[in-house]
Write a protein that binds this ligand. Structure first.
Ligand SMILES: CC(C)(COP(=O)(O)OP(=O)(O)OC[C@H]1O[C@@H](n2cnc3c(N)ncnc32)[C@H](O)[C@@H]1OP(=O)(O)O)[C@@H](O)C(=O)NCCC(=O)NCCS
Length: 156
């Protein structure tokens, strides 16, 4: 089931974020860098993100377990006219649920949500080396902008 996240989901989302990040980025990013985001910091990040009125977060949940999430909406520099692209800021799925319909369902939900916010296109920053995420998202959620990673690390 895909549903909107609530503030009560911050720990579950942060846990998925850390686990999926480690599994997804561990083979091309410095291990120390990947490990540098602590659970405490990640929970704090999600407390902030879940409070944003210009973004939405949806979670994929089965048997009360959050298996993945997507976070999308207006770009970082504030509300834009509807013809501008929105941002799919995060889409993460637990490693053991990759290759199932969880990722595709989250992506479809994010696309629907972005369209409901008035966006016709969206962009998602994906590391060049992140072949799986690039393959799973390109061509679906509007125009995806690839990045070599240097632009990452800024606050969302
Ligand atoms: C992005 C993500 C949610 C997609 O979910 P998923 O379950 O992997 O997606 P799918 O299995 O539906 O699709 C993966 C695609 O990549 C392909 N793929 C898998 N491994 C690959 C690899 N090493 N190289 C290239 N393509 C690969 C699959 O064949 C599939 O392509 P297809 O749809 O044409 O068949 C998930 O991979 C994830 O959580 N990644 C870690 C976090 C991340 O990188 N998020 C994006 C940046 S925010």
């Amino acid at each position: 089931m895909i549903r909107d996240a609530t503030p009560d989901d911050e720990l579950a989302i942060a846990s998925v974020h850390l686990e999926a990040r480690s599994a997804g980025y561990g083979h091309f990013l410095d291990a120390a860098y990947v490990a540098s985001l602590t659970l405490e910091a990640c929970v704090g990040l999600w407390r902030t993100l879940l409070a944003r009125s210009d973004r939405r977060t949806v979670v994929a949940e089965v048997d009360a377990e959050v298996l993945g999430f997507a976070h999308f909406g207006y770009p970082a520099d504030g509300p834009k006219p509807s013809e501008q692209a929105g941002i799919l800021r995060f889409i993460y799925v637990l490693p053991e649920h990759l290759g199932t319909d969880v990722g595709a369902s989250l992506l479809a939900s994010a696309e629907e949500g972005l369209a409901a916010q008035g966006f016709y296109t969206a962009f998602l920053g994906v590391y060049e080396e992140n072949r799986r995420a690039r393959a799973s998202t390109s061509g679906t959620a509007g125009h995806m902008t690839a990045s070599d990673g240097r632009s990452f690390g800024a606050s969302p």
